[in-house]
Ligand binder design. Structure first.
Ligand code: CA
Length: 226
């Protein structure tokens, strides 16, 4: 049974989310403010955190940062209200895996939860730390380094890189990547995949225009070689 922690200060919203998630078969813990959320996250060890942005005692963005700083790889879905919050989460500077804008339908929310759990709950890489050329990637800590310098990846870039690493030596099509990394609820174009691959190459390849790790297989897709 997957465990979900809901951190939300509006009582009705909190109860509604808890009831619906329990009906879906999840084990649910709740917290009504940011501090309680952090305490519960440590005690409950959730598989996913639903995190409101505007919270008393500790802002949702700070909760998100602290969860990540604790080296938690637990997926986080932010519940945002304002467009400015959405922009920030969209930048995914905070390490959130996805966001849902209020007001949302419960159907939409449950679909997002399923998609994020599927995307992040797949087979983990054989080891947490993987060396790719000059880059060392720690999939558990969501960190990457070139020598001593940090290399910043967004949550989605990490997901894509993890997918490539899990399929080392195999040709993967853009459609497979769309289904496995983005999920069927979202509809990016195959062009989106190419853009993300270009960004990954900028970060991990010695010469992005002559890639040695993420190879383009013309007419098929991509192949990652370690
Ligand atoms: Ca709130």
């Amino acid at each position: 049974m997957k465990r979900i922690l809901v951190i939300e200060d509006e009582p009705q919203m909190l109860l509604g989310l808890r009831d619906n998630l329990e009906l879906e078969g999840y084990e649910v813990a709740t917290a009504a403010d940011g501090e309680e959320g952090l305490t519960k996250a440590a005690a409950f060890q959730p598989d996913l955190v639903l995190l409101d942005v505007m919270l008393p005692r500790k802002h949702g963005f700070d909760v998100c940062r602290e969860l990540r700083a604790r080296s938690s790889a637990t997926p986080i879905v932010m519940l945002t209200a304002r467009s400015a919050e959405t922009d920030k989460v969209l930048g995914l500077e905070l390490g959130a895996d996805d966001y849902v804008t209020k007001p949302f339908s419960i159907t939409e929310l449950l679909a997002r939860v399923r998609a994020v759990l599927r995307r992040t709950g797949g087979r983990p890489p054989a080891q947490d730390v993987v060396r790719i050329g000059e880059i060392e990637v720690d999939f558990k800590l969501h960190q990457a380094k070139r020598g001593k310098a940090r290399v910043e990846f967004t949550a989605r870039e990490f997901d894509l890189l993890r997918y490539f690493v899990q399929h080392t030596g195999q040709v993967v099509t853009r459609e497979q990547i769309l289904n496995e990394v983005w999920g069927y609820e979202e509809f990016p174009t195959t062009r989106t995949i190419d853009n993300f691959v270009a960004k990954l190459r900028q970060k991990i390849e010695r010469a992005p225009h002559a890639p040695e790790h993420i190879l383009t297989i013309h007419g098929s897709g991509y192949k990652f070689v370690g």
